[in-house]
Design a protein around this ligand. Structure first.
Ligand SMILES: Cc1ncc(COP(=O)(O)O)c(C=O)c1O
Length: 408
């Protein structure tokens, strides 16, 4: 329905239309639905007692500072901790390389604000993280896509995509949202070399890198880029902007994440952040630091890995048992999601409608495709539902899929 406000909105809102799938997913809020739709961490692993104690300590010992405005760059002890932590993975950065943001989602938005002119092309994986497309659509981004297989972005298709002159490459190397797929070491090297040759920066979005349940850690693109440049000094000055977050390792409600980038890029992002929110909550940063430092985060990540690893195994076993053979899916080595592929003739929005009637939900894959397509794909989360609910949910979804495969 048209309202008085319609002609007042800025042009950039034209691509903000709420999708049919979003409307469908609203129905998944009912309490009896078993949802594999969200990217939600399991609430039973939130360290509530540790946060309670940390809040008290911060207010008691540093209350005035915690309730005061802070610097845009972020709380220095937290930035130092992130620099130390990043250093363990083989890259020597300083706090000048680090900006604290209100979630990685804000970092994506600030990157859009700082880099994207209307009509600029952004090179993305196909499919890619929907939240990045939402952030960048508002800045008038256009997209060039590179297909993926079980080793991530197919770098043999990257060079021709780079010839179209993209502003930057957006890549999710570890347990990608939405597919769960990991970019192989060889392709990471190829990506860095090609990006360097064509002078195109890389945005590396890595919320899940620490949540690996099998296989060996592969160095991040930012670390490999630093090695490629043979930069022996402290401080990163290369071609990659790296994002990570506390959302999946501590709690998403904190809205706490960070960017690692060359100092001049951090300074530009700081200017953009000043116009957005001045700074991320001082209190939240201090409490998160209080909880995380001194080894807690390592222990906690170990626990999360165990819980989610078990849930992933359980889901894969249940899918083997209950899903029809016409449906295939990825077997992620970490993260929160796997990716289902149905026969072309099936449409996952229709499957979702039927699934909701049976009180089970997932996210249809099409919105993750920047240029359309993917109508027969689905993203399934394995971190949120308890093991008991997961089994019931996968059995229900399997029944729906069997019926729809038979009908169509
Ligand atoms: C790839 C990716 N980037 C960014 C985000 C946003 O994370 P945050 O909670 O830090 O805003 C998510 C959240 O699921 C994600 O999967």
């Amino acid at each position: 329905m048209e309202t008085l406000w319609d002609h007042r909105y800025a042009q950039r809102t034209q691509r903000m239309a709420s999708s049919a799938i979003r409307e469908l997913l609203k129905l998944t809020d009912k309490p009896d639905i078993i949802s594999f739709a969200g990217g939600l961490p399991a609430p039973d692993v939130f360290p509530v007692d540790d946060f309670t104690a940390a809040c008290e300590r911060v207010l008691h010992e540093q209350g005035a500072q915690a309730l005061q405005y802070g610097t845009t760059e972020g709380y220095l002890p937290l930035r130092e901790m992130i620099a130390r932590h990043t250093g363990r993975y083989g890259i020597n950065i300083t706090p000048d390389n680090v900006l604290i943001t209100s979630g990685s989602q804000q970092a994506l938005d600030l990157i859009g604000k700082v880099f994207i002119n209307r009509g600029d092309r952004i090179l993305v994986e196909e499919p890619t993280y929907l939240g990045a497309l939402q952030a960048w659509n508002a800045y008038g981004a256009e997209y060039v896509t590179v297909p993926m297989d079980e080793d991530g972005m197919m770098t043999e298709a990257l060079e021709s995509a780079l010839r179209s002159g993209p502003k930057f490459i957006y890549v999710l190397p570890n347990f990608q949202n939405p597919t769960g797929v990991t970019l192989s070491f060889e392709r990471r090297i190829k990506l860095i070399e090609l990006a360097d040759r064509y002078g195109v920066p890389i945005i590396e979005d890595d919320p899940y890198g620490q949540l690996r349940y099998e296989g060996e850690h592969i160095k991040s693109v930012v670390t490999l880029d630093n090695e490629f440049r043979e930069n022996g000094e402290a401080g990163y000055r290369g071609n990659v902007i790296y994002l990570s977050t506390f959302s999946k390792t501590l709690a998403p409600g904190l809205r706490l994440a960070w960017v690692v980038a060359p100092p001049e890029v951090i300074r530009k992002l700081v200017q953009a952040k000043q116009g957005a929110d001045l700074h991320t909550s001082t209190f939240t940063q201090m409490v998160a630091y209080e909880v995380a430092h001194g080894g807690f985060l390592d222990r906690h990540i170990w626990l999360i890995r165990r819980v989610y690893g078990e849930r992933r195994n359980l889901m894969l076993e249940a899918m083997d048992e209950f899903f029809p053979s016409e449906v295939t899916w990825t077997r992620p080595q970490g993260g929160l999601f796997l990716w289902g592929m149905m026969p072309e003739r099936l449409n996952s929005a229709e499957v979702l409608e039927r699934a909701i009637e049976q009180n089970v939900a997932f996210v249809p894959g099409a919105p993750f495709y920047a240029l359309g397509g993917g109508g027969n794909t689905m993203r399934i989360n394995f971190s949120y539902a308890s093991p008991e609910k997961m089994l019931i949910g996968i059995e229900r979804l399997g029944k729906v899929l069997h019926q729809m495969v038979a009908e169509k």
